[in-house]
Write a protein that binds this ligand. Structure first.
Ligand code: SF4
Length: 309
């Protein structure tokens, strides 16, 4: 029995042939056939960035938090749920993507045997294709969830690939740092507005911690170096004890809960100076939540996070 037991839905089917799709019924009565579980880099802009470093990445995107009726993010916070990446990129624009994620989550809930077998089959094919094309395979099973796959489907780690995830479930991170995880599975702790104490403890023990920043990322945070987490998604290559800086995207740009760290790159004392002519630059003083500040954040985002001077 896994430590995180998700309830099986009534009438769960026993169909386990991974070459056949399973059909799920969505809450509005529509039926959808689930044929494919993993997205391979080209379909996910963030995962595609890893190609430049010689890795192909396959990711599993479920519907986060409790949006499917079952909680797949037990470490989530009000801030991260409101700002979730589910709303960023294509997922925030196309209802069809949202419905496909919902269908996959329901398939996990109702067709557990099929899901595990299908995941294994797709991973076999993915790893083989990577080898044929000269790429190294990387796998992220919790693109929009935080499920303990190491307990739920431990056989999934038998493939010769690097697995990685972000997590905010303390027991998972503790076990990872105690090296009780599959040897090819890495975790990066995910900062929320309510878990900063754990962030600092895990950093001190050599863990890595992701932090979402609005505006420019600082060079150091909490005394630790900051690496650019937007450059690629290969978290298992990060050195120990670093903060992984991510830019606020989608609804996160309007976060007011503290989930997104604001103005971290501005000096606490003294003034900032324009690189070209050295003229002093004033820190934006608009009230948090005001329309002026929202416009500033939007323009900053379009400017790739570089300060607007
Ligand atoms: S834990 Fe991650 S995937 Fe889940 S709601 Fe929060 S940001 Fe979204």
């Amino acid at each position: 029995m896994s430590r995180l037991s998700l309830p099986l839905a009534p009438g769960a089917a026993s169909h386990t042939d991974p070459r056949q799709p399973v059909v799920v019924t969505l809450p509005d009565g529509e039926t959808l056939a689930v044929k494919q579980l993993l997205d391979v880099d080209a379909h996910n802009p963030k995962l595609a960035k890893s190609l430049a470093r010689g890795y192909r990445t396959a990711g599993l995107s479920l519907l986060p938090a409790r949006l499917s009726g079952v909680n797949v993010c037990p470490g989530s916070s009000p801030g991260c749920r409101a700002a979730c990446l589910n709303t960023a990129g294509h997922g925030g624009v196309f209802p069809a993507i949202h419905r496909r994620r919902l269908a996959k989550t329901l398939a996990w809930r109702k067709h557990r045997g099929w899901f595990a077998a299908r995941l294994d089959l797709e991973l076999s094919r993915f790893v083989r294709r990577c080898r044929e094309e000269g790429y190294r395979p990387a796998v992220r099973l919790n693109v929009l969830s935080d499920l303990p796959w190491e307990d739920l489907v431990p056989t999934v780690f038998r493939h010769d690939a690097r697995y990685y995830d972000y997590s905010a479930v303390r027991t998972r991170m503790e076990r990872f740092l105690r090296q009780e995880f599959p040897a090819n599975y890495s975790l990066c702790w995910s900062r929320k507005e309510d878990n900063e104490g754990a962030c600092k403890r895990f950093l001190a023990r050599g863990g890595t911690v992701s932090v979402v920043f609005a505006g420019p990322k600082p060079a150091r945070f909490w005394g630790h170096p900051v690496v650019d987490g937007d450059a690629d998604d290969l978290r298992f290559l990060d050195p120990p004890g670093v903060v992984v800086g991510l830019s606020a995207k989608g609804k996160a740009r309007r976060d007011r809960t503290g989930f997104v760290v604001r103005d971290a790159a501005w000096p606490r004392t003294g003034r900032r100076h324009r690189p070209g002519d050295g003229k002093p630059v004033r820190r934006p003083t608009a009230r948090v939540g005001s329309r002026v500040e929202e416009v500033y954040e939007e323009r900053l985002h379009k400017n790739d996070g570089r300060p607007l001077l």
